[in-house]
Unconditional design. Structure first.
Length: 429
């Protein structure tokens, strides 16, 4: 397969052209012939014009590529090496929603040929690829796994908004269903990954390696969030404590904050689900998720308490929330925990304005029913800096003083202004 791809005798396909799939498709297209498929025609039209709908890649990323963008699944029949990079979200009950990855498996199952390869990049619980996805391909292709087609798993490690740790700069974990396919898949990825490839011993090991990366971060951030709650009761600043503790060489530098998005805020639920299916209740994973899922409401309550402490009633008080994307310097609003802060404020009767230089107003309205303001207006009883976008980093105390009412509170969730604020009423995690 590696040789046929390299010689142009076989083509690659990438299904799912979001923040993971599109960079992979474009990078491979500098070396191979790639068919790039997505179910949304509007996104395909943007990409044909050299525009990344996720606003992660510059126009020049599309240069010098052999790539064909399509929303017609029939075009996938021309490919022999298929990569699936669709989302794996959770449903409203925090259970894995395999709908997108199973739908993609059905699509590939309808076009796959004898001798083809399928590699999943979508984050799933260990066993999902071979126990849930491959049977779908077998059903719709009438082909036999391992005998007629090969499969592998290579977890995505792309960090949205990160311009340093990019696709090619991060070691890639690869795996296959047998020794031969594992080596072929690894060699294909070695074409584009400058940092090298780690060959996992099995598909299940590769799946597990990805799921614990984000679960580990989730648990560590949950510990920081719990510390911030405790230290708030003690009247000391969490970031000052972490700064002091961080002078020891082996102290792990995690920080409190809102944990949303489609990775850290989602993946632990996949591992927890599988553990419970096997009869084990994961206490640490679930506790971490509970703490992190509660932080938005906690921040909202603390803000209301500060407003009440300034001898103001919360009903009718005005609050400005700065930032609604799930993290800094991205446009993605999916699973943003800033929405929990806003919901808590609204429940207490506050009037809330929301601004964000990166988010799309239409997407915010469709996703959360919230109106995104172009800019702040009037004075506010509380200003909450929820996302530390780069454009916010240099804002001064005078800037916030000009927006706040008498005894107004500045809530700095990530503590980015803690050394700048001298006069205003100030609170951070």
């Amino acid at each position: 397969m590696y040789k046929e791809l390299l010689e142009g005798k076989a083509r690659m396909s990438v299904t799912g052209l979001g923040y993971v799939g599109l960079p992979i498709a474009l990078r491979f297209a500098k070396e191979l012939s790639v068919i790039a498929f997505d179910i949304r025609p509007d996104r395909i039209e943007s990409m044909k014009k050299g525009i990344d709908p996720s606003n992660e890649l510059p126009p020049e990323a599309f240069d010098d590529t052999d790539i064909y963008f399509t929303s017609d699944p029939e075009d996938l029949k021309e490919a022999s090496f298929h990569i699936i990079a669709v989302p794996t979200p959770t449903n409203k009950n925090k259970l894995p929603d395999l709908g997108p990855v199973l739908a993609a498996s059905k699509t590939i199952g309808s076009v796959i040929k004898k001798g083809d390869y399928v590699v999943y990049e979508s984050t799933v619980y260990p066993g999902c690829t071979e126990e849930d996805c491959i049977p779908v391909i077998e059903k719709f292709s009438s082909l036999k796994y391992r005998e007629d087609f090969k499969a592998g798993f290579s977890p995505e490690r792309i960090n949205p908004g990160d311009k340093v740790n990019t696709l090619t700069a991060i070691v890639k974990v690869t795996s296959g269903c047998d020794a031969a396919s594992a080596e072929e898949i690894a060699r294909v990825y070695e074409l584009i990954i400058d940092a090298g490839v780690h060959r996992a011993s099995s598909i299940k090991v590769a799946e597990a390696s990805k799921i614990i990366e984000n679960t580990q971060r989730d648990i560590n951030i949950a510990f920081m969030n719990e510390l911030s709650i405790i230290f708030n009761k003690m009247g000391i600043n969490t970031y000052e404590v972490l700064e002091a503790a961080g002078t020891k060489w082996n102290f792990l530098k995690f920080y409190p904050g809102l944990v949303g998005g489609h990775c850290i805020g989602v993946d632990p639920y996949y591992l927890s689900f599988k553990a419970k299916e096997l009869g084990y209740h994961p206490q640490m994973i679930d506790s971490g998720r509970f703490i992190n899922d509660s932080m938005g409401r906690y921040i909202g309550k603390q803000t209301v308490k500060k407003i009440i402490g300034a001898s103001k009633g919360p009903k009718g008080a005005r609050a400005l929330v700065m930032g609604i994307t799930f993290k800094e310097n991205v446009t993605d609003i999916r699973n943003s925990k800033v929405v929990d802060v806003i919901s808590e404020l609204l429940d207490f009767g506050l009037v809330v304005d929301v601004v964000d230089p990166s988010a799309d107003a239409g997407e915010v309205k469709n996703e959360y029913g919230l109106e995104l303001k172009e800019k702040p207006s009037g004075r506010y009883d509380a200003v909450i800096v929820a996302v530390n976008h780069s454009s916010y980093l240099e804002l001064t105390e005078d800037y916030f003083a000009g927006m706040l009412t008498d005894k107004g509170i500045l809530v700095d969730i990530k503590g980015i202004y803690r050394d700048k604020i001298k006069e205003l009423s100030y609170w951070s995690l």
